[in-house]
Design a protein around this ligand. Structure first.
Ligand code: TRP
Ligand code: ZN
Length: 878
């Protein structure tokens, strides 16, 4: 574990390295406790560097065995070595070869960075700075090298030996050992290096690229899980075709391999030609995976594949540019899923995720720009801001320039920067060049943190037929940035007439409106529409064109009208969601003030549920009330999670009671057919039916329907949803206990499925969840060393259980803090991520605030904290 040094890295300190490493030849002799790594590096001083520049290679906890220069072993006085650095001086003026031997203990590597063992499988994770845990290197993305990798292992333990690029040769070594050599012709940064060795099962397939390259595709999984790989393979092939068609990007090696491992810190990793995945995002069949799992798999397979161009062929100059590959690649995977599924439904789901994950980050102590200017620990910047807001920024570029010019810009990006380690400035420049526009104000989206707020007031002059919108933007202060500059915000909009159709003919005053988008570039704008024969309802931020919060004074009637009729489905959902949220905020603040709008909301939801002209998936989203955390976020201060929970449940009961018969009938009508298909349409029907199950189980209903659905389920989507209704609505009843026991019994030996059981229990509302969570931490299926287990139980409790985590006595905070400190001993990255659950602590009412602070301070006061955890906890407390 790297103990915090307090060092801060700054964007403005960037300078190129003094040396290049043109070729990297690695030899691994694998052993759980003593793996020998021999790295042979062809190094040359850059022309710009001083003749006597020392060579300083990065290391992280390394055990050095030997160093040789041009084939001659160096005595220890010729270099300075520590576990974290190798420094050489007096090097040859020209090119030279450095050979470094290190020894690793993969079995003892609980941080899951560098080379580690996952369930007996050797694998690596090098992004961002894990390669330096394997050998001494210039471990930075702008040092690109051509890799040749030789892997030796006992054949019985590891019959499969994989690395990046194409296979070159393999053979027997005697004594039970064998070897394989891989060569990757594309120069790449060290973070894209990968190695896998183990006893793995394989699904293979082929793909022919549009220029005729024949590619061997492989998905490797732990033995016995091969039958759960076809969906991922199908998603991979669809991704490959889509990237050719939509972005002109073709695959560039003879093999493309994916390996699923069960211990992984994140979702997946785009190593060149050898993507490594958290097995949760590969393995799926109807019996064990939900529709949400299928859609995540499709998206993440695509995401990692798309990195081959946006990330690998064009990489990042330094880690401040992380959004260059992540924001752009998220945008690409969003577009892929939109094309594979329902575009508006996908967009609404994205908006919900952005608001649930990125808005609170942007509005709290961990706020940072999409391109940060400083960091202490780069692992802590793989955030919703870099990924999700980063994607929104790319989407806005397309909105502003139009789809055709955007595509021209992307083409130029690939052409101009292929092989480069590039920057955000390079990226913006291609769009300036193809459009002839100045994007310097727009660039603030990368540089300035905080969620902008746009407020709109509307005035209609009946006699003149004129509508005036007065629009004002503001950006709230964020840590280290108290004063904000005025941003360029594209707000797509529509004026909706009484018949529900958009009013097209209105003339506009002011040059800021173009193709249905208001281009805000000043702090205040006044936009006037004339020639209107009726007062329109105003539909704003259609398609969620800008990642902002928005307020617009409109009557409840207009908002209800938009919630029913807006032709833009995203804005229609937003109108409904806004009404529901406003009501829930009021209701949670005072029991009496429970606004009389609830019956009208129940009526709209009843109508939407039964409207067969709408896609079932859309209806399911509309019927899903804002979550307790969403309501808390909108309230923003002095939050009482219990009051929110009560108000939300009361609204569910009102809606359920008002629509009892029709919801029951609909629930029956959407009964699952026998043959399962994971496609979006079928998933949408299941989603609608599952939301309906929750309503028909509310307002004093019996658990019978949920118990029936649980018992008769023919797939995991139905079964898990029924179990959640039983466990949450009927906690501790015989029906709930029986179903939980049955589920444990059926799936107790299947860790990924048992995770769902952990999650459902971790999210049971109320005080009781805490003792259950601590009990489950001793369950035989739980392991503090496995990130999926920890996230399912502890992470879900901390981020997904408002009344449990925020128990008024602080016991929830204490349990999570204990778990964080325990996890930190082996896996600092995971511990730091768990700790972000505390980020909104200042928004709580004072009692809970004090209790949360106490736990944060207890963590901060712990000796020898990792950089990862110390960075998060100190920023959270600052
Ligand atoms: N680049 C990975 C992605 O596709 C992110 C990632 C995977 C990662 N594993 C990691 C980042 C470990 C940091 C540490 O988004
Ligand atoms: Zn990524």
């Amino acid at each position: 574990m790297t103990i915090d040094t307090g060092k801060v890295y700054r964007l403005e300190d960037y300078r190129a390295s003094d040396y290049r490493i043109d070729r990297t030849t690695l030899a691994f002799r694998l052993d759980p406790d003593q793996t020998r790594v021999t790295a042979t590096l062809d190094i040359a001083r850059r022309d710009e560097a001083a003749l006597d520049a020392p060579l300083v290679l990065d290391g992280d906890g390394l055990k050095l065995i030997s160093v040789s220069l041009d084939g001659t072993q160096l005595s220890p006085d010729r270099y300075q070595a520590s576990p974290d650095e190798l420094k050489l001086e007096g090097l040859p003026k020209g090119a030279f070869t450095l050979t470094v031997e290190t020894e690793l203990a993969p079995a003892a590597n609980g941080a899951l960075m560098g080379l580690y063992l996952s369930n007996g499988v050797y694998c690596t994770q090098c992004e961002a700075e894990g390669f330096r845990r394997i050998t001494y290197f210039l471990d930075r993305p702008d040092v690109m090298s051509v890799y040749t990798v030789r892997v030796e292992a006992l054949r019985a333990a590891a019959p499969i030996l994989l690395s990046n690029g194409n296979p070159v040769e393999s053979g027997d070594l005697g004594d039970g050992w064998h070897y394989a050599v891989w060569h990757d012709p594309h120069p790449k940064p060290s973070y894209l290096f990968a190695l896998v060795a183990g006893d793995l099962g394989l699904l293979s397939d082929r793909f022919t690229t549009r220029s005729g390259r024949d590619v061997a595709l492989g998905i490797y999984v732990e033995r016995g899980k091969e039958a759960r790989t076809p969906y991922a393979m199908d998603a991979l092939k669809r991704s490959m075709i889509w990237d050719e068609e939509v972005f002109g990007c073709e695959y560039d090696l003879d093999v493309f391999n994916i390996v699923a491992v069960s211990d992984f810190n994140m979702g997946a990793m785009e190593n060149k030609g050898l993507n490594i995945f958290n097995d949760k995002y590969v393995l799926a069949d109807e019996e064990t995976a939900t529709d949400a799992d299928f859609s995540n798999i499709e998206a993440i397979i695509a995401h990692e594949y798309f990195h081959n161009w946006t990330g690998n062929r064009i990489t990042c100059r330094d880690w401040f540019q992380l959004c260059l590959k992540e924001g752009l690649t998220v945008f690409r995977d969003h577009e892929f899923s939109a094309d594979m599924r329902s575009r508006p439904v996908k967009r609404i789901a994205e908006v919900r995720i952005l608001k649930a994950l990125q808005f609170p980050e942007d509005q709290g102590p961990l706020a940072h720009p999409v391109r940060p200017r400083r960091y202490r620990e780069i692992n802590n910047f793989y955030t919703a801001t870099v990924y999700e807001k980063g994607s929104e920024v790319v989407r806005m570029i397309r909105t502003i320039l139009g789809a055709d010019v955007f595509r021209k810009g992307m083409d130029l990006y690939f052409e101009r920067h292929d092989g480069d380690a590039a920057t955000i400035e390079d990226f913006l420049k291609v769009f300036e060049d193809v459009s002839g526009r100045d994007l310097s104000q727009f660039a603030l989206w990368y540089h300035q943190a905080g969620t902008p707020h746009v407020s709109v007031s509307a005035a209609f002059d009946e006699a003149r037929g004129e509508l005036t919108l007065d629009i004002e933007q503001s950006v709230p202060p964020t840590p280290l940035e108290s004063r904000k500059r005025v941003m360029y915000i594209p707000i797509a909009f529509g004026l909706v007439g009484a018949n529900g159709a958009d009013i097209e003919a209105a003339a506009v005053e002011g040059a800021v409106v173009e193709n249905g988008v208001i281009h805000l570039k000043k702090r205040k704008h006044s936009v006037r529409f004339s020639g209107l024969s009726e007062r329109p309802a105003i539909s704003l931020n259609r398609g969620f064109s800008a990642p902002v919060t928005l307020s617009c004074e409109q009557s409840i009637d207009d908002r209800l009208f938009l919630a029913r009729h807006d032709s833009d489905e995203v804005a229609r959902w937003q109108a409904l969601n806004g009404l529901l949220t406003d009501h829930l905020i009021k209701a949670s603040k005072s029991q009496q003030a429970r606004s009389n709008i609830a019956p009208r909301l129940a009526e709209v939801l009843g109508d939407i549920a039964g409207d067969d002209t709408l896609e079932p998936a859309y209806r399911a989203l509309a019927l899903t009330l804002p979550g307790e955390a969403d309501i808390a976020r909108e309230i923003g201060s002095d939050i009482d999670p219990n009051a929110i929970h009560i108000a939300r449940n009361a609204l569910i009961d009102t809606i359920a009671a008002a629509n009892r018969e029709s919801f029951q009938a609909l629930y029956a009508r959407f009964e699952e057919s026998d043959s399962f298909s994971p496609d979006a349409e079928s998933a949408g029907r299941r989603a609608l039916r599952n939301v309906l199950l929750d309503y028909v189980s509310a307002a004093g209903a019996t658990p019978d329907r949920a118990a029936d659905q649980y018992r008769n389920a023919t797939n995991m989507t139905e079964r898990a949803a029924a179990l959640a209704v039983l466990a949450h609505r009927f906690a501790r009843t015989q029906a709930a206990t029986a179903a939980l026991a049955d589920f444990e019994n059926r799936y107790g030996n299947d860790p990924l499925v048992l995770d769902k059981w952990f999650q459902i229990q971790a999210t049971t509302p109320g005080e009781g969840a805490l003792s259950r969570v601590s009990e489950l931490m001793n369950h035989k299926g739980f392991s503090i060393g496995n990130p999926n287990r920890v996230r399912s139980l502890v992470g879900t409790f901390a981020s997904g259980n408002q009344t449990g985590f925020h128990r008024a006595d602080g016991a929830g905070y204490a349990l999570v803090a204990d778990a964080i400190l325990d996890v930190e001993k082996r896996n600092p990255q995971l511990a730091a991520r768990l700790a972000t659950a505390f980020r909104s602590w200042r928004s709580l009412e004072t009692g809970r605030q004090a209790l949360a602070r106490k736990e944060l301070e207890r963590i901060a006061a712990t000796h020898n904290l990792s950089t990862d955890l110390k960075d998060i906890v100190e920023r959270t407390l600052a």
